[in-house]
Ligand binder design. Sequence first.
Ligand SMILES: *Cc1c(COP(=O)(O)O)cnc(C)c1O
Length: 369
Amino acid sequence: MSIPFADLKKQYCTLQPEIDTAMKQVIEKSAFINGPFAAVFEEEFARFCSAKFCIGVGNGTDALFIALKGLGVGAGDEVLVPAMTFIATGEAVTMAGAKPIFVDVDPATGTMSVEDLRRKISPTSKAVITVHLYGHPADMNAIDPIAREKGLYVVQDAAQAHGATIDGRPLSKFGDCVCYSFYPGKNLGAYGDAGAVVTDNADLAEYIRKFANHGRNDKYDHQFEGVNSRLDGLQAAILSVKLKYLDQWTAQRRAIAAIYKRELTGLKGLILPKSHSWAGHVYHLYVVRCANRYSLQEFLSDNKIATGIHYPVALPFMEAYAYYRHVHTDFPVAYAMQESVFSLPMYPEMTEDQVMQVCRAIKTFCDKY
Ligand SMILES: *Cc1c(COP(=O)(O)O)cnc(C)c1O
């Protein structure tokens, strides 16, 4: 029996009647862009995030870009971003016309290093984007006060962290806004591209809503030039169905993480992910570290177990950012991570038998090598 890395088909099978009905309603109402289904989801997701406002947009990358535009970030500004993340975090800064400045990460969690953040802040720094990597929140209790002291805006990239908390408080209570992706493979995923910005700031919310819809006040009344990045009605209706299950799915992810921890603790050559006592980790990914991960990957693949690497190249070392001429010693922690991180299968529909099968295979490998 093979074990996939994630299983969206299985999830659809359990939700099929509800999803199919929701999609049919959107099509019958021809409510394809923004519209009533998007408005309902925005309200539901704002409530889920304990935030005042939620603006649906086209995808998570746009959510970050539009949030930066809303905060007035642009040419001549620097935005601090963690070195270990998906490229979208850096891209959004460049899209806004600003310059990404990479910050090394915390060895325990891979989220932004507070010490390196202090070192990298300059007079041209305008904002910081924290990434709640793999579902573990960045240390916002430390980062928010530094940003306030230095006059920096704080945008959170929660593309991997729907429902994560810090000291039991929702992410929306930190920083200026929180950006989400609903890419199909995320903890809350649409059936296509979708994203959202969540904030308690009414002015920011109003600007973002206009900017994402051609700077529009009303039909053919455009206050400024914006972009076309809106939430599809179909995606919104699907997300509304799925949102009802998100807490349950998060609990299932945590239960799987607990089994991995119980079964894999103490194995030679394997380092398990850490979760701080203050962190409400939502385990988008279960990322271990292993010096000979490619042999382990091959061994698991031979045992029909799919795995991933998030990420094999940290941002400063990517070809896309070669113009910075960064070297490995500039970001020692991110470099060590890119050389060792290894993601095990993790999805709510994974059965205990499947988790145990993965654990047995890893034990066999660790005993042998
Ligand atoms: C997925 C992801 C994004 C981008 O989201 P899209 O919806 O694919 O544009 C941004 N940041 C992180 C950390 C992500 O994992």
